[in-house]
Design a protein around this ligand. Structure first.
Ligand code: FES
Ligand code: FES
Length: 137
């Protein structure tokens, strides 16, 4: 059964077959985040051309929900402008995966934070100020 405590089929599919996994060579931005709840970590890499995120990949040491949300967020950002990418919430990522068990929602926060940090890092590398409040690291 697929009760509230179970992973959706989409989550299981992304865990078995993660998209865009691995470190990126010469990325334009890197976001590293740790989950204070479990100590799991995620790195997200982006490539940006003319304000569009043309590629994204990730490395995650974490649970199934962390891997599935990383995989999904890298798929979701590709082709988006930076402004559009900043609108992607952990809830939207979880919804795209057919939902997450409530106890696993905090895992999806990693994906949202890693993306935001990667975008911050993209501005840093260009010597520009990000058009939003930097997150405390
Ligand atoms: Fe432990 Fe997500 S951090 S279940
Ligand atoms: Fe740590 Fe899910 S248990 S991110």
């Amino acid at each position: 059964s697929n009760g509230p405590a179970a992973y959706s089929e989409q989550v299981i599919e992304h865990v078995k077959n993660p998209r865009n996994i691995g470190e990126m060579e010469n990325p334009d931005g890197v976001g590293r985040v740790g989950n204070p709840v479990c100590g799991d970590v995620m790195e997200l890499y982006i490539r940006v051309k003319d304000g569009i995120i043309t590629d994204a990949s990730f490395k995650t040491f974490g649970c199934g929900a962390a891997i599935a949300t990383s995989s999904m967020v890298t798929e979701m950002v590709k082709g988006k402008t930076i402004e559009e990418a900043l609108e992607i919430s952990n809830k939207a990522v979880a919804e795209a995966l057919g939902g997450l068990p409530p106890v696993k929602m905090h895992c999806s926060v990693l994906a949202e934070e890693a993306l935001r940090k990667a975008i911050e890092n993209y501005y840093e590398r260009r010597g520009e100020k990000p058009p939003f409040e930097p997150t405390p690291s």
